[in-house]
Design a protein around this ligand. Structure first.
Ligand code: F6R
Length: 368
């Protein structure tokens, strides 16, 4: 898993190199004409697990930029509830393996209902890739560890490219804006590398915080939990951070949109849970600061993920702070994913667990 985490800058670099040619976004293997993206009235993105979290980020990105209604759904829910899709809907199915039973079945339902189907897959010629009307490959290389890392960021990179492409084809953004976005996007591989390997990289911090957590957990008689809070386009990362941790460390973890705290989860906050707050620079940053204060006031331990140069948290005596480099907030989910993966990895490592083969999980879920 650690090897695959460290492959992410190269994977992102290769995808951008392959897909952006002469300032144009190309999906060469995609059999659709551009007109499909013009004609559709809405989009459904459907997947399981980590790929579902990528789908949810895709919803935020597409609605923001292409101004088209998008919903994200888990495959197991989509397939059993007669979803409202038809010829005006583009349905996108995301799957690393391309063999996930629920996602394949959900795609067949969408086809039956007359919707166009587009697969975003990592494994070439997999069932989902073959049966879809069109496919875009993520080309992340084989992912062996059960917990998905590089496939997730590759899915995000492809979704962002698709978002910019659809937004431009539909005339929601000008060519000038498109080029500006591409310029910012091109920074991502270098910044991923900086997070992993730079002088203030998060690797050592995550390892140290994980060690502190292990000691705390023992002190609390193995009863501490994790809560992940975020808002807006990083909210899916809160779900993904929690999933990564529970998959490989077996510690109870929940992801929540921070604005929902007062509607229930705040009851959980005392000195027990460790709360990961994604508070990067964005339009909702002040709101996240408010949430951090609420957690702190109740004694919760906070691990804050912030943008480099943040001064606010030093004043608030937050002990655990992880910085990510500056980038337009729109693209930040790809960067924020890295410390979440590292934290999960190091917690599992400190607990001496089998990280690449966690109990009860299979790499490819080919049965219901
Ligand atoms: C999480 C994880 C799973 C998969 C899910 C979908 O780390 O690996 O949640 O993301 O089973 O698998 P694919 O993408 O192969 O359809």
């Amino acid at each position: 898993m650690l090897k695959e985490i460290f492959e992410q800058p190269e994977v992102a670099k290769n995808i951008l190199k392959e897909r952006i040619k002469n300032r144009t976004i190309c999906f060469e293997e995609l059999a659709f004409p551009k007109s499909v993206f013009k004609k559709i009235k809405n989009i459904a993105i459907v997947a399981c697990g980590t790929a579902y979290h990528a789908s949810l980020t895709g919803k935020y990105a597409l609605e923001e930029l292409a101004r088209i209604p998008v919903w994200a759904d888990t495959s197991s829910e989509f397939r059993y509830r007669r979803p409202l899709v038809g010829k005006d809907t583009l349905t996108i199915f995301i799957s690393q393996s391309g063999e996930t039973a629920d996602t394949l079945a959900a795609m067949r339902e969408a086809k039956k209902a007359g919707a166009k189907t587009l697969a975003i897959c990592n494994v070439l010629a997999s069932s989902i890739a073959r049966e879809a009307d069109g496919v875009i490959y993520t080309h992340a290389g084989p992912e062996i560890a059960v917990a998905s890392t590089k496939a997730y960021t590759a899915q995000l990179v492809v979704l962002y490219l698709l978002t910019i492409h659809i937004a431009r084809v539909r005339g929601a953004i000008s060519n000038k804006v498109k080029q500006k976005l591409i310029g910012e996007f091109r920074k991502v591989p270098r910044l991923l590398k900086e997070i992993l390997e730079g002088p203030s990289g998060s690797r050592n911090k995550c390892a140290a915080y994980a060690d502190d957590f292990r000691k705390y957990y023992r002190k609390m008689h193995n009863k501490s939990t994790f809560l992940y809070l975020a808002r807006n386009i990083n909210y899916p990362n809160a779900l993904e951070g929690a999933l990564k941790l529970k998959e490989i460390s077996y510690i109870a973890a929940e992801g929540y949109p921070a604005g929902e705290m007062k509607h229930g989860p705040i009851a959980l906050i005392d000195e027990n849970p460790w709360v990961v707050c994604i508070a990067t620079d964005s339009a909702v940053y002040e709101k996240m600061l408010g949430n951090i204060q609420e957690v702190r006031a109740r004694g919760g331990k906070i691990i804050a993920i912030v943008t480099k140069g943040n001064k606010d948290l030093a004043g608030q005596k937050i002990n655990y702070v992880i910085e990510i480099p500056k980038i337009d907030d729109f693209f930040s989910p790809m960067l924020v994913a890295i410390p979440l993966q590292l934290l999960a990895y190091y917690v599992a490592l400190k607990f001496g667990l089998d990280i690449d083969q966690p109990r009860n999980l299979a790499k490819s879920v080919t049965v219901e």
